[in-house]
Ligand binder design. Sequence first.
Ligand code: ADP
Ligand code: MG
Length: 229
Amino acid sequence: MTLTMTGVRLTYPDGERRLTALDDVSLTVAPGEIVAVTGPSGSGKSSLLAVAGTLVTADAGTVEVDGVDVSGLDQKRRDRLRRERIGFVFQQANLLASLTAVDQLLLVAHVAGTSRDTARERATELLDYVGLSAKRGKRPHELSGGERQRVAVARSLMGSPAVLLVDEPTSALDAERGRAVVGLLRDITRDRKTATILVTHDPRHLGLTDRALVMRDGRLGAQDPAAVG
Ligand code: ADP
Ligand code: MG
């Protein structure tokens, strides 16, 4: 599905004034396309994902998921859209310490009300897809950082998302594992036709994506081609 953001403006309260986190941001991501967003800390990258993922409502502008304006949906429909059609992967894998890899995925399915058999089948398939079949019974402390992030990626796919929003997934990983995770995200984008936004600070990842944009002071622009590694 296509993700379209048009004229998005987001401000946060900042004492007596408002801080502008997103300033007239427009972006379209097609199905099967992975777009990188770079930019300095505090420039608004995470805010962009929060609005794209309907976690935060913009002050102005629209967010459309496959042509549906999410601001026109009531809270319940928006929550369902987010749960079923939008996948998130954050900097930290945010796994629960007491659960095995497969149970991390089953928990999401349980919350979504998916039947247990369907969920098991899907969790098994996804762990296989991210190359972790052999680790399905391992808890987070028994997994490497890269493996934990792969579990988080598999978990984000449990609802078969149309939109995948990924925030600096490799900052806790070494270069090689980081590249592998970004390569996996690109494969997922291609195979599952997700509209993917990848926030990354690593210029070496830009060559793995279809396009690279840069965020500066809440404004989204084209990446300087010289910076693409
Ligand atoms: P980035 O991800 O590029 O580091 P963020 O989107 O997190 O940038 O932040 C953009 C700006 O908005 C920063 O100045 C940050 O301090 C501010 N900000 C982010 N989240 C909040 C919030 N929940 N409340 C107030 N200000 C925020
Ligand atoms: Mg951020």
